[in-house]
Write a new protein. Structure first.
Length: 260
């Protein structure tokens, strides 16, 4: 039932209750003698149905109002959930596109995850994994992603990017797995070789610029198990025309990473 329908039912019940209760009060007043309300009430007989009808319609009006609020709240939550799902699909799609661009830039496949910043009861800021915001292109049997890690944890790139509020690219040492404590080591793939962490900074609503007074919303992390090519040339073989083969040496030296 749309809003005009709710309003019509509520108004009709309110008017009907006023009419019925008004008639009952008039009849009761006419039959009163010496202010004896009880005697007048007992002589009304079937006229007391006006009181019952007025009370029922008044209660019905109130129930209609409450039901309308419940329905409107349900519709609001349903539309809000639809918007949340659309936003989630858009964010995942955007993360997939950025992950593809990172892979093309570094010339190696990579995974992408989003970690949202949450404040713990102990006053420490943690980065918690958003399991819905994950693009997994590379199989990593030992990689589970941090369920929750403090931003000041040593040797954690996403924590340093959060604290410094700046994108950070870091090549991981071969023995990086030995740098973490036992709990974190169980969540990180030993074969992982590089990490690119990008904080999601808060924006000022008036200037639309980075708000230094507030903490970042979280960190987007890209990582892979293959080392990006640093220098040298690779041979690309192309065909042109009718079976004519052209061999070209292509420089695969990437430009210096702007995230270092």
């Amino acid at each position: 039932m749309r809003s005009p329908g709710w309003n019509l039912v509520r108004l009709s019940c309110a008017l009907l209750s006023v009419v019925l209760l008004g008639l009952w009060v008039n009849i009761l007043t006419n039959r009163m003698a010496n202010g004896d309300y009880l005697a007048a009430f007992s002589t009304l007989g079937w006229n007391n149905l006006l009181l019952v009808g007025g009370s029922v319609t008044l209660i019905t009006s109130e129930l209609v109002v409450r039901r309308r609020r419940v329905v409107e709240r349900h519709d609001y939550e349903r539309h809000l959930e639809v918007l949340r799902q659309r936003q989630q699909r858009l964010l995942v799609s955007t993360l997939r596109v950025v992950c593809t661009l990172i892979s093309k830039t570094l010339r190696v496949p990579c995974n992408g995850r989003y970690f949202v910043a949450v404040s713990g009861d102990d006053g420490i800021v943690y980065l918690a994994q958003d399991r819905e915001m994950a693009i997994l292109n590379v199989r990593m049997p030992r990689e589970f992603g941090f369920t929750r890690v403090a931003v000041d944890t040593p040797h954690i790139v996403i924590g340093r990017a959060f604290r410094e509020r700046s994108p950070i690219y870091e090549d991981l040492p071969v023995d990086h797995h030995s740098l973490y404590d036992t709990r974190l080591a169980q969540m990180i793939e030993p074969k992982q070789r590089w990490v690119l962490a990008c904080p999601i900074l808060a924006l000022d609503r008036e200037t639309n610029r980075h708000d230094e007074a507030n903490l970042p919303h979280g960190v987007i992390c890209f990582y892979g198990v293959e080392d990006p090519p640093r220098s040298g040339k690779e041979i690309r073989v192309e065909t042109q025309g009718k079976g004519k083969i052209i061999q070209r040496d292509v420089d695969v030296t990437p430009s210096d990473h702007p995230w270092k």
